[in-house]
Design a protein around this ligand. Structure first.
Ligand code: NAG
Ligand code: NAG
Ligand code: NAG
Ligand code: NAG
Ligand code: NAG
Length: 465
């Protein structure tokens, strides 16, 4: 199929290098939605029950460029599997060809977009048009038996099993536009809380994508004044009368530095994507960005649905609060921290734009880091995960804690072991999630702490008893 695509498409000689294809500084004009009647034909509701959505029902359209792909393919390698369908769209083929042995999506050369106007006034890249048309060109790969089209950048890291699980909540025969706005308040306010930010990735049901592909070129003519590709896609979906289905597992990650706080307080919903790995710090200390992401995938490959899910236990004897962000880190607070406060995102990161009135204003609740390093939680990062007959055991080891005279009960604590069962969310839990509970198994001031995660009892409350 690869060669077929290459010969069918016209090579574009543009040398534009779009590094951050989905970064935006423009103002979006909302369109008033037209009311449409969906013709979804006749179908039996049982059709998907007996034939649940799996990864073969997805087609991926990844936006890249000849310049960017050689540097970014390492991110696709983290999550791509040879069985997946889809393409990486480039303006021209990179000098270094894809090695057929490595696990990355095939390349497709985008069609010529020179006939479209790009009139955004404050700079910006006209490759936004080419990238927006990835939606149309992915549909036109003509794969059969497609339920969902998944779009992202070459620096979007997807969690495919969780995508499949999440999308199984929705009926692909209806028109769905699934994604998330930015963490950055100014970005979301400017581009719209109704827009799926492209770098975080977004999904269209096949029924919507097929219609959108047909009308796309006629629609984008009206949006030549916009900055980015995702605003073009959003505008045309708005013209079809469809709104965003918000899924908090998509992460645009419009922030800089250490995103520990964001990852450690993930919403009660499966992790679907991460973005901007080149802009943020490596997510584990003392590792390169790539190594740190591979390390996270060691846990994701054992229990994808549980990755980053936050469970909090209270230990009365030493009055400690323990927050497990599964597969990533455990935090030990040396005091009683009420649950709603533990669930707030610690502001470990820096804003996207430092010098803006709304810098540091986010679209989630945050908590400042304590000014005294000794009063901050101790952080234990994932060391290893193993799956055996006693369930899944993940271990976390102590990281540097900037406090020279530690006299707390956690002074000697070096390792935390967490025992879980594999999470396999059924449709009820996906629609209506409930946080799990945990127990501290051994409670001493030694060097090992063991924790077991389980479902909460019917009336159980999570607090310091
Ligand atoms: C592009 O802009 C020019 C000048 O404003 C206009 O004449 C032309 O019709 C536009 N082309 C398209 C395809 O919109
Ligand atoms: C997909 O089908 C359309 C319409 O039949 C055709 O024009 C196009 O060339 C096909 N694309 C590929 C990649 O085969
Ligand atoms: C990590 O896994 C290895 C092999 O299963 C095991 O020997 C080792 O003790 C584990 N490390 C920790 C800290 O649990
Ligand atoms: C990182 O490495 C340095 C030097 O080897 C070590 O002192 C430090 O404790 C390490 N940090 C973490 C979080 O493991
Ligand atoms: C440790 O904390 C002190 C006092 O807050 C601070 O001055 C210093 O920069 C910190 N060191 C590190 C490595 O974070």
């Amino acid at each position: 199929m690869k060669s077929l695509i290459k010969t069918n498409l016209i090579l574009l000689s543009s040398s534009l290098c779009a590094i951050s294809l989905f970064i935006f500084i423009s103002i979006l004009f909302f369109t008033t939605s037209k009311i449409v009647t969906l013709d979804i034909g006749s179908f039996s509701p049982q059709a998907t029950k007996s034939n649940p959505t799996n990864v073969n029902h997805l087609v991926f359209g990844i936006a890249s460029s000849g310049n960017s792909w050689p540097k970014r393919q390492k991110y696709a390698k983290l999550w791509w599997n040879k069985k997946f369908k889809g393409c990486v769209f480039v303006d021209n083929l990179p000098h270094e060809e894809n090695d057929n042995n490595i696990n990355v999506p095939p390349l497709c050369v985008s069609q010529d977009t020179s006939k479209f106007n790009y009139t955004y006034r404050h700079g910006g890249l006209r490759s936004a048009i080419r990238v927006a048309r990835v939606v149309k060109e992915t549909v036109e790969l003509n794969h059969s038996n497609v339920r969902w089209y998944v779009f992202g950048d070459d620096d979007t890291i997807f969690f495919p099993e969780n995508l499949v699980k999440t999308l199984s909540k929705y009926d692909h025969r209806l028109w769905y536009y699934v994604g998330a706005y930015s963490e950055n308040y100014e970005g979301s306010q400017t581009f719209g809380f109704g827009m799926a930010f492209g770098g975080g990735g977004f999904v269209l049901s096949a029924s919507l994508a097929n219609v959108l592909a047909k009308v796309f070129d006629s629609c984008i003519e009206r949006y030549s004044h916009l900055y980015g590709s995702d605003a073009r896609v959003f505008s045309c979906i708005s013209e079809l009368g469809v709104g965003l289905t918000y899924e908090p597992g998509f992460h645009q990650v419009d922030m800089r530095g250490n995103i520990f706080g964001l990852l450690a307080a993930h919403p009660l919903s499966p992790l679907l994507s991460l973005h901007h790995p080149d802009i943020t710090d490596a997510i584990f200390p003392n590792m390169t960005t790539s190594k740190s992401l591979q390390h996270l995938f060691k846990a994701a490959n054992v229990d994808s649905q549980r990755i980053l899910q936050q469970t909090v236990c209270y230990e009365r004897q030493f009055s400690r609060t323990i927050s497990v962000s599964w597969g990533y880190a455990v935090q030990v607070f040396q005091n009683n921290v009420l649950l709603p406060d533990v669930l707030r995102v610690q502001e470990t990161f820096k804003p996207w734009k430092e010098n803006h009135v709304l810098a540091g204003v986010y679209t989630f609740s945050t908590r400042e880091i304590h000014h005294d390093p000794c009063k901050r939680p101790k952080i234990f990062y994932l060391d290893n995960v193993s799956s055996g007959k006693d369930g899944i055991v993940s271990s976390y080891t102590k990281s540097f804690h900037n406090c020279s005279n530690d006299k707390t009960s956690s002074k000697n604590l070096e390792v935390i072991k967490v025992v879980t069962n594999k999470l396999d969310l059924d449709s009820k839990q996906l629609q209506n999630p409930r946080r799990q509970c945990c127990d501290v198994l051994n409670s001493n001031s030694g060097h090992l702490m063991e924790i077991a995660i389980r479902e909460c009892n019917y009336e159980e409350l999570i607090y310091m008893h």
